[in-house]
Design a protein around this ligand. Structure first.
Ligand SMILES: Nc1nc2c(ncn2[C@@H]2O[C@H](COP(=O)(O)OP(=O)(O)OP(=O)(O)O)[C@@H](O)[C@H]2O)c(=O)[nH]1
Ligand SMILES: [Mg+2]
Length: 425
């Protein structure tokens, strides 16, 4: 799609007085902006239902046509996903390029995707969006042929059938390649899981500050590590997950994952396409939902996030909340209330409080202890070195003394093997 120097009018139907309608139009403007399209006009209509053939009522299409001419726009962007026939009818009525919210999101994803896996996922989603629209195009050609629609069942259709088959072949080739990449990543993930280090995932609406928070935590706890992630004031700055190991001053560590942001009406092709990337989320020990607390609509955006998590099958995972950007509100910060931390990554205030809460949750089943492991049980020393936070090791006549923080369950399981004397808290 041509994107530069594009002027567009955005159009939305406020279906049954949607409470989040104004925000969804503002978001559409931001999506257009992220696609380098300049929005020069807006038209909305209140309606009980969307017009099946032209999205808007007839009078409104005329009004739109005049508006588009008046502001010299080349493109018209609709707030909902349009059907193939709606696109066709609107293009012929307006004589302008007609696109919808889904195309904008797909385009942004296509432009931002960096890793091979993200690129493949986006291409599959784009092709899946195109497929039914190709069929629509075939219908329109059939009609142009005139008569029964059977008469010219010739060249046009054959070509489109070919295109269709080519697209289907391409989709399955891409999916094959994707499966291989996903399998590779799963091996890496399994290895990480095997180490028993807890996994914490940052989730939330796009632009809430997830990547900024990841950087804030890295700055504070891993200042020597140059592993910052991209954080930017734009929708979908992050399209792939990145994992960083965070080591805390008391020797405990966890893995922190930054993920792609959610958005309302995220095209289902994309949810599907990104499911493999978001598998990390379903295996996390704890989720940190990052909320842009300065956004008036923050509660609705949290609902979208929660619904998406449910779709991913991650709604059973314990969650804490980082109410970010509190510097832009009148709320006091940093300040903790139950499982919520009011903070400002920008002002570097509240990260410690959040980490304390995270630690409290992920290291719940741990205990501090000192044990002596008989030399004959050497494999246990190896086990604790891999699965506990061993703070000190020394050698006694009757075995290896470990001072460590380990899982309570592990302590109980192996207690009968420890040599005396051992002190534990
Ligand atoms: N005022 C203020 N701005 C913040 C704060 N934290 C992050 N931001 C800004 O919010 C914008 C988005 O930040 P990101 O960290 O990229 O957001 P994200 O949640 O990772 O977004 P996606 O990757 O697009 O899902 C950036 O411009 C940040 O500078 C904060 O505490 N206060
Ligand atoms: Mg991000």
């Amino acid at each position: 799609m041509e994107q530069t120097n594009n002027k567009a009018v955005i159009v939305g139907v406020n279906l049954q007085d949607r409470p989040d309608f104004a925000y969804s139009m503002e978001e559409l403007r931001n999506l257009a902006d992220a696609c380098h399209i300049e929005v020069v006009g807006e038209l909305t209509q209140k309606a009980a239902k969307i017009n099946g053939s032209r999205y808007l009522g007839t009078g409104k299409v005329e009004e739109l046509s005049a508006l588009v001419q008046g502001v010299d726009a080349s493109t018209v962007i609709f707030n909902d996903e349009l059907s193939p026939s709606q696109i066709r009818n609107l293009e012929s009525a307006l004589q302008k390029k007609v696109i919808d919210r889904t195309i904008l999101i797909l385009d942004i994803f296509a432009e931002r995707a960096r890793t091979r896996e993200a690129q493949l996922q986006v291409e599959v989603a784009q092709l899946q969006y195109m497929l039914p629209r190709l069929v629509g195009l075939r219908e329109s050609l059939g009609r142009q042929g005139g008569g029964s629609g059977m008469k010219n069942k010739g060249t046009g259709e054959t070509k489109l059938e070919l295109d269709r088959r080519r697209i289907e072949d391409r989709i399955s080739a891409l999916q094959n390649e994707l499966e291989k990449l996903v399998a590779q990543r799963q091996v890496q993930r399994k290895q990480r899981l095997k180490t028993g280090v807890p996994v914490v995932c940052l989730v939330g609406y796009t632009n809430a500050g997830k990547s900024s928070l990841m950087n804030g935590i890295l700055n504070q706890y891993m200042p020597d590590l140059n592993k910052q992630v991209l954080a930017k004031d734009m929708l979908f700055a992050t399209l792939e997950t990145s994992v960083r190991s965070i080591e805390l001053p008391d020797n405990k560590s966890f893995l922190l994952t930054d993920t792609v942001g959610f958005v309302s009406q995220l095209p289902h092709y994309l949810v599907k396409a990104f499911r493999s990337t978001l598998e990390e989320v379903t295996e996390a020990d704890l989720l940190i939902q990052v909320v842009d607390y300065s956004n008036q609509e923050y509660e609705r955006l949290m609902e979208v996030t929660n619904t998406t998590l449910k779709e991913l099958g991650a709604d059973h995972i314990p969650m804490v909340y980082a109410y970010n950007k509190t510097d832009l509100t009148s709320e006091r910060y940093p300040h903790v209330n139950g499982d919520k931390v009011y903070l400002s990554v920008k002002q570097e205030a509240g990260v410690d409080e959040l980490i304390a809460l995270v630690k409290d949750r992920i290291f719940q089943g741990y205990m501090q202890c000192e044990v002596i492991i008989p030399f004959a049980e050497g494999r246990l020393v190896a086990y604790f070195n891999a699965n506990a936070h061993v703070q000190a090791t020394s050698y006694e006549p009757n075995g290896t003394r470990l001072t460590m923080e380990c899982k309570k369950a592990d302590y109980e399981r192996y207690q009968h093997l420890f040599a005396e004397p051992a002190v534990s808290e």
